[in-house]
Design a protein around this ligand. Structure first.
Ligand SMILES: *Cc1c(COP(=O)(O)O)cnc(C)c1O
Length: 381
């Protein structure tokens, strides 16, 4: 093996915050002292400066280019993480007219984060036996979240009258990923893409609202990107307080109060890296697919030593969740991996096991080294 136990430079396979490209980290490092065009530390640049307002415009422009977004969409840089969006979405579009009979918003329950999105969308704990504001159209719970619904199967249980349909494109904890767009045409589609945003091309024009925080593929924690279709703004409840109203942030160009200047700066550098070093989302998608294929191959060729329970058609390209058939070996696996410099491989605290997250910033070389380590560990076990 190339890696030795004395290698201090850890490879980051964390579920999030995740690895970022080395070339971007170099620029970030220099910017702490001084951003070349400004002469000030990135941590002390005014959000009202022309440099920063231009930076927001440029970052938005790059996201538009990468996603091929039409003028019908607004791109916002907000705070509060994806968790804030769980509630903001519901307040804006599902609790608008409290006295009017209405149809519930429809949600998919496909894993840990969609479960959180459903909890976060309830205004308050639901009294027992009361009608919920939310209809869970499909749940993977009985199958222990190892599979996802087929599009056709779902269409028969979705309502054309729902104010919106919400799902999570990539279940970060369980390692499940939708490979096609879900939902009925004509019902606004809202998607939490926190763990696979800008990891591959998407049909963005089929969504009414997409949200994704930065810390999995695009930068540090602190900024959440919202892509919202203009026609959705007119549907926002009149009862929503100013700060929670998307229109406030559209009008202010994401500069209503002090935005996370540093986090947006890093997202700007990552989008530049995606465009010029990687060559766009098609290339990024191909690299990410290669990384995932390599790792799943090690698991599938292990004769059951490593086990991935996720149905093959829904295996995530971003998060490879697996177990060791002999559970007692997992602790040894994790500590030996860490001693060889593979960091962040412990499964999410809710499920345990092993999880290798292969976000944009994780190189193919790092995945090759991990594959080699896994084969070697099996041989010696
Ligand atoms: C990590 C993650 C979250 C949590 O986001 P916060 O920014 O911590 O609120 C939500 N959704 C998905 C899909 C995630 O992967």
């Amino acid at each position: 093996m190339k890696r030795t136990q004395t290698d201090r430079n850890l490879l980051n396979f964390s579920g999030g915050p995740g690895a970022l490209a080395a070339s971007v980290l170099k620029q970030v490092q220099a910017s702490i002292e001084s951003v070349p065009e400004v002469g000030l530390s990135i941590l002390g640049i005014s959000h009202r400066s022309k440099w920063f307002t231009d930076l927001v415009i440029e970052t938005e422009q790059r996201i538009r280019t990468l996603l091929n977004l039409s003028e019908q969409y607004h791109v916002l840089f907000l705070q509060g993480g994806a968790t804030q969006q769980f509630s903001t979405v519901a307040m804006a579009f599902n609790h608008s007219e409290p006295n009017k009979p209405k149809h519930p918003a429809q949600y998919l329950d496909t894993g840990y984060w969609s479960g959180k999105s459903i909890e976060g969308a309830q205004l308050k704990p639901q009294p027992e036996n009361s009608a919920s504001d939310i209809h869970v159209a499909w749940s993977g719970k009985a199958k222990r979240y190892t599979t996802l619904p087929q599009r056709a199967e779902l269409e028969s249980v979705l309502s054309p009258n729902a104010p919106y349909f919400h799902y999570v494109s990539n279940e970060t904890v369980e390692g499940l990923q939708f490979k096609e767009v879900m939902g009925l045409e004509g019902v606004p589609r809202i998607c939490d893409m926190s763990s696979d945003f800008l990891s591959a091309p998407i049909a963005a024009d089929r969504f009414s609202l997409i949200y994704a925080h930065a810390q999995k593929n695009l930068g540090p924690a602190g900024v959440t990107i919202v892509v919202i279709k203009d026609e959705m703004l007119a549907k926002i409840s009149p009862n929503v307080p100013t700060f929670l109203d998307y229109r406030t942030h559209v009008r202010a160009h994401s500069n209503f109060n002090t935005p996370p200047v540093f986090a947006i700066y890093v997202v700007n550098l990552i989008t530049q890296w995606l465009m010029s070093e990687i060559g766009g989302l098609a290339n990024m998608g191909a690299i990410n697919q290669q990384k995932a294929n390599d790792l799943y191959k090690v698991i599938d060729a292990s004769g059951g030593f490593y086990k991935c329970d996720v149905s093959p058609a829904h295996r995530s390209v971003m998060n490879v969740s697996f177990k060791l058939a002999e559970q007692s070996l997992e602790e040894a696996f994790l500590s030996k991996a860490l001693s060889y410099g593979f960091s962040g491989l412990g499964g999410h605290r809710s499920v345990g096991g092993i999880r290798a997250s292969l976000y944009n910033g994780v190189t193919l070389e790092a995945v090759n080294e991990l594959s080699e380590f896994m084969r070697d560990f099996q041989q010696r076990a």
